[in-house]
Ligand binder design. Sequence first.
Ligand SMILES: Nc1ncnc2c1ncn2[C@@H]1O[C@H](COP(=O)(O)OP(=O)(O)OP(=O)(O)O)[C@@H](O)[C@H]1O
Ligand SMILES: [Mg+2]
Length: 295
Amino acid sequence: MEFRKAEKRKAKLRLGITGAAGSGKTYGALLIAKGLGGKTVLLDTENGSGDLYAALFDYDVGTIGAPYTIDKYIEGIKQAESLGYEIIIIDSLSHAWAGEGGLLEQVDNIAAGSRSGNSYIAWRQVTPQHNKLIETMLNSPCHIIATMRSKTEYVIVENDKGRKEPRKVGLAPVQREGMDYEFGVVFDLGQNHMAAVSKDRTSLFDGKTFQLSEQIGETLKQWLESGVDLRQRKELLAKIFARYLAVCNGDRQQAWDIIVSITHGKKQVMDFSEDEMQALTAEIERRENEAQSRN
Ligand SMILES: Nc1ncnc2c1ncn2[C@@H]1O[C@H](COP(=O)(O)OP(=O)(O)OP(=O)(O)O)[C@@H](O)[C@H]1O
Ligand SMILES: [Mg+2]
C-alpha cells in the first residue's frame, strides 16, 4: 500500500448551455473555455459552424457528422481525452437526441420494425446508449461544456413604444427530459445573449443574469480549484454573520468590518480559506464570551 498526502479533490466542469439559434451557445462556450484555460477541442455537429470563431479563439475542431449515433459522440470524447485535451466542447448535444440517426429516430425505427409498433420496447433498447453517453461525460477527466439547442417559439410582447411585437424565446432544451440534471451548472441563453442560471451547484450565480465571458470561465475555474462547497459555506457564514451582528448591536457595517479584518480584506466567501473560516468562528466565540462576562 502506498500512502500519499491527502489533497482536496479538484472537480471538473460539467456545464450545459442551452438557447435558441443565435443566442450565443458556441461563442459563449468558447469564451468560458478561454477563461478556464487549457487545450480545447470543439466537437462540431453543425457542419462547419465550429470554425466560425477560429479567428477569435485558439481551439481545435473535430466533426461529428450524420448519422448522429451515441457511439460517435463517445468516440469523440474518448479520442479527445487520449490526445490530451483539457476542455471538450460538445456543440451540440441536441443532435444525439433529435438529429438524423439520433436516439429519437432510432426509437421510431425500432418501433416501426416491430410487430406491435410499440415504442416501449424500443426505449428499453435505446436508453442504455443514452446512459452511456452521460456516464462518459460525467467520468471524463476533461472539463465538459455541452450546448443544447432550445426549441424556438415566438411570444407577442409590448415594446417600449406600446406596440405589440413578436419576440423569440427559447424553450426546453432539445434533449431527453432530465438531461439538464446531469450538469453541475446550466446557463440558459436568451436572444439578447444574456444568461440565466437554471441549475447551479456552485451557487456562484444565484438569481443573476449576465453575459457569458472569459471572466465567468475564470470564476468557474476558481471554484473548481478551491474544492469548496460554496452553498454550505454561505450558510455557515450567514450564521456567523448573525452572531457578529448581535455582538455589534445590529450595526451591519461594524460587523462586516470585523469579518473583513479577519479575512485579510477578502469579501467573497469563495476566497476565504478554511483557516479564515475557523478564525471567524473563534473570534465571535471570544467576543460572545466577553460580552457575557460584562453582563
Ligand atoms: N457573450 C457574448 N458576448 C458578445 N457577443 C455575443 C455573445 N454571445 C453571442 N454573441 C453574438 O451572437 C452571435 C451568435 O452566437 P453563437 O454563434 O454562439 O450562437 P449559437 O447559439 O451557437 O447559434 P446556433 O444555435 O445557430 O449554433 C455571435 O457571433 C456574437 O456576435
Ligand atoms: Mg452554435
